[in-house]
Design a protein around this ligand. Structure first.
Ligand code: ADA
Length: 561
């Protein structure tokens, strides 16, 4: 399943889901003499018994049937983590980063059988600055859906919808990116249909091999707004016309919601009303599927979070599968989506590819997910070097990049630098990762009051504050009345103390528990990579989603009635 709604009525769309052939190869090699495995796509190769800990290069192969000559557009929603795609032996795309999609159009593919090959590398190779041995697992495989579309020479690449509200009137700003893979310039027009209203975007000309962005807006007197209580969604249907043609040659449908997010008076507002974010950090990780989640397991995670009374999920520490975001849109569940970077020191940020790879993931994250009403915050660079001038330059650049693409959402980053932080002036929301009761024995209430002072002193005065991470390990099934570290009892005590303190402080705009579920971590050396059981065990449910004792504690605070 690609999305939770139909994205096209005119364009033909085929999902290349199924069983692909697979072989492991040496890095730099391209010759495969046989494919000994049959693996599901989407899927992680770690789910095959022979590949449970395989880190390296693998080749996926399948054939596709084309019934008449056409331009084919291949979209990979996620390949973990470095991909090279070949059609009939010719490279057509390459991409770095597991958590964003990429596409490639091949013109005039003849009728007949063709071979599609994807070389996938999940090794921590020298060119990889963001996928590093870390406190989560970089799986291997084609982990999100693959889509094959037949597109005309001129087609709709993407739509961007921004809702605005002034004096009780809503307007929609829409921009359509039109691509031309043909050899002639084209006059192009885009007609939109949204909430029962038809409107045209400005017309334009798109040169061969180029893209053009066409924009327009329309007012809406009384659309139903999107909110957790009433998550009303509308289809934004766009049709593309070229030259003087009377019928559209292509279409694209997005699903949107009317809502605005503001940060005033030290609070976060949705449609003008103050909100408090109560929820979880979540890794896309499950022992049965790795990071390649089917809809049923995504939906189960949201059911569990909602059962505990949560209203928010932070996609720590990378952009998530868009079907998960679709589910959040439908449920009225808030999302803090963040780019891909966890815990990098200034030395790691000096990696020659770091800026370029961050730029790409930021651009792709915003372009691909901007239309989800559930995303109310963009985040960058979790726990990186925001305590020094050189690190600050990265924060400035990345926050500016995101703001230039989307000025309708507040920005933040999660800091663990306490009173050494120097970047709070750059963001709209101040967020702290502090672990009272786990990495230190401070009192959570006293610590958060102190943190409020750090925010004020470091450029965060008057801004909303979120406790973006807190928690402690609890090994599922390890129950003991001694309540020693690692017992479910001790974890429940830590969560209780933290939630009691934060829910009693009206100045806080959010509290996000680390973490929803236990997650697999990279095996290595050093304290981070030698965690017991090769997992981060701070989940309120374990990797199989079995509730620990802390589950009911969360419920008590997040869902008091
Ligand atoms: C950090 C980090 C998380 C996780 C957590 C922990 O705050 O952001 O990814 O590693 O600590 O469990 O220590």
């Amino acid at each position: 399943m690609i999305r939770l709604f139909e994205t096209n009525r005119i364009r033909s769309v085929t999902e290349l889901e199924g069983i692909w052939e697979f072989a492991t190869i040496e890095r730099g090699d391209r010759q495969v003499s046989s494919y000994p495995y049959l693996l599901p796509v989407p899927g992680c190769w770690e789910n095959h018994p022979a590949l449970k800990t395989y880190r390296g290069v693998g080749v996926y192969r399948r054939t596709i049937e084309v019934c008449e000559t056409a331009n084919l557009r291949f979209t990979f929603k996620g390949v973990s983590h470095t991909a090279t795609v070949l059609l009939d032996g010719k490279p057509i795309a390459s991409h770095y980063n597991a958590y964003t999609a990429f596409s490639s159009v091949v013109s005039d593919v003849n009728a007949g059988t063709h071979e599609l090959v994807v070389i996938v590398d999940n090794s921590f190779h020298a060119d990889s600055s963001l996928h590093q041995p870390n406190d989560y697992y970089s799986y291997g495989g084609i982990t999100r859906p693959v889509v094959m579309e037949r597109v005309p020479d001129t087609f709709l690449e993407r739509l961007q919808f921004t809702p605005r509200r002034a004096n009780e009137t809503w307007s929609a700003n829409v921009s359509a990116t039109v691509a031309n893979v043909g050899d002639k310039p084209r006059n192009v027009r885009v007609r939109c249909n949204l909430a029962g209203r038809k409107f045209d975007l400005e017309a334009g000309v798109v040169a061969p091999g180029a893209v053009v962005a066409l924009s327009g807006s329309s007012e809406f007197t009384s659309p139903e707004s999107w909110s957790p209580d009433s998550p009303k969604l509308y289809l934004l249907e766009a049709q593309l016309y070229t030259d003087e043609d009377e019928s559209p040659c292509d279409d694209l449908i997005e699903r949107v919601g009317f809502r605005i997010v503001t940060t005033e008076g030290g609070k976060i507002q949705l449609n003008g009303e103050d909100i408090v974010l109560k929820g979880f950090n979540r890794h896309e990780d499950h022992p049965h599927v790795g990071c390649a989640f089917p809809l049923a397991l995504m939906s189960q995670d949201l059911d569990l979070m909602e059962d505990m009374g949560a209203n928010t999920v932070r996609t720590s520490h990378y952009p998530n599968d868009e079907r998960f975001l679709d589910l959040c849109d439908e449920r009225g569940f808030f999302v803090w989506e963040e780019n891909h970077a966890r815990g990098f020191s200034i030395e790691q940020m000096r990696h020659p590819k770091f800026s370029e790879q961050c730029e790409a993931v930021n651009r792709e994250m915003v372009e691909q997910h901007v239309n989800h009403p559930s995303i109310i915050i963009w985040g960058v660079l979790n726990e990186c070097a925001s305590d020094c001038e050189e690190g600050r330059e990265h924060y400035v650049r990345q926050l500016n990049q995101i703001r230039a693409m989307d000025d309708s959402r507040p920005l933040t980053f999660a800091s663990h630098h306490r009173d050494r932080e120097i970047c709070f002036d750059l963001v709209d929301i101040v967020s702290f990762n502090l672990y009272p009761g786990w990495y230190g024995d401070e009192d959570p209430g006293e610590l958060v009051d102190l943190a409020r002072g750090w925010a004020e002193a470091a450029g965060g005065a008057g801004k909303p504050i979120i406790m973006s991470e807190f928690g402690g390990d609890g090994y599922y099934g390890y129950r003991d009345s001694s309540r020693v570290r690692g017992t479910e009892e001790r974890q429940a005590d830590i969560i209780e103390a933290n939630l009691a303190a934060y829910t009693a402080r009206p100045y806080l705009s959010g509290m996000l528990i680390w973490q929803f579920c236990d997650c697999r971590v990279t095996e290595g050396t050093g304290w981070l990579l030698t965690r017991a059981g090769t997992q981060n065990s701070k989940g309120i449910v374990d990797r199989y989603r079995r509730p620990k004792l802390a589950y009911d504690v969360v419920k008590k605070y997040f869902r008091p009635n």
